[in-house]
Design a protein around this ligand. Structure first.
Ligand SMILES: [Fe+2]
Length: 199
């Protein structure tokens, strides 16, 4: 494990032990991730991380660096090749800080203008409205709260993201949205690949 990552995890564990509210926890964790994104050793290590997504086949993976045995939070990476897009998606009930370690990309956020039905899991369509669009660079952090809808498009260069989540994803259904029609597709989300970070 790299020193900066070990340090980050230790500080996050301290926050989890002291603060119960998820919004408040993430407010304290965000500047720690900001620092981590500046770490040269981590940037250097990321040069050898594998790019294996095949979005056209619906295959997206996350490297899984750490899963906390007590608090269940995780540290992931998402690697995207040039001209690669995620689906328009949400992260279901989970909380996420998505940080850009390398590269630049476009992050677009949406909101639903229709009212999700009582059993939101059964909706087949959503009316989506674009609410923001940002060209982002290393150091950028997108705070994705439960059911926030968004998409990322890379440009000329690959993009390496480092992601802090309140829990491991991939074992429950998330929503992918057809950007044109709003049709909702349920999916298990990114495949989690345990990956040893550093020495
Ligand atoms: Fe996302």
């Amino acid at each position: 494990m790299l020193t900066a990552v070990e340090d980050f995890i230790g500080k996050v564990r301290e926050i989890y032990g002291r603060v119960d509210d998820m919004e408040a926890r993430f407010a304290e964790i965000r500047p720690l991730l900001q620092e981590l994104l500046k770490d040269e050793e981590l940037k250097e290590a990321s040069e050898s991380w594998p790019f294996r997504n095949e979005p056209e086949k619906g295959y997206i993976e996350n490297l899984l660096f750490y899963e906390d045995p007590d608090y269940k939070f995780v540290l992931n990476s998402l690697l995207k090749k040039p001209h690669e897009s995620t689906p328009v998606h949400d992260h279901a009930h989970t909380w996420t800080l998505y940080g850009v370690l390398r590269g630049t990309e476009k992050v677009i956020r949406f909101e639903r203008t229709d009212t999700p039905s009582e059993a939101a899991g059964e909706d087949e369509y959503a009316d989506l409205k674009k609410i923001s669009e940002h060209e982002v660079k290393p150091g950028y952090i997108d705070f994705v709260r439960p059911y926030d809808i968004h998409v990322e498009h890379t440009g000329e260069e690959p993009v390496v993201g480092v992601i802090f989540r309140d829990q491991r994803v991939g074992g429950f259904l998330q929503n992918y949205y057809d950007a044109e029609t709003g049709k909702i597709n349920k999916t298990k989300g990114p495949v989690q690949i345990p990956y040893k970070l550093g020495a």
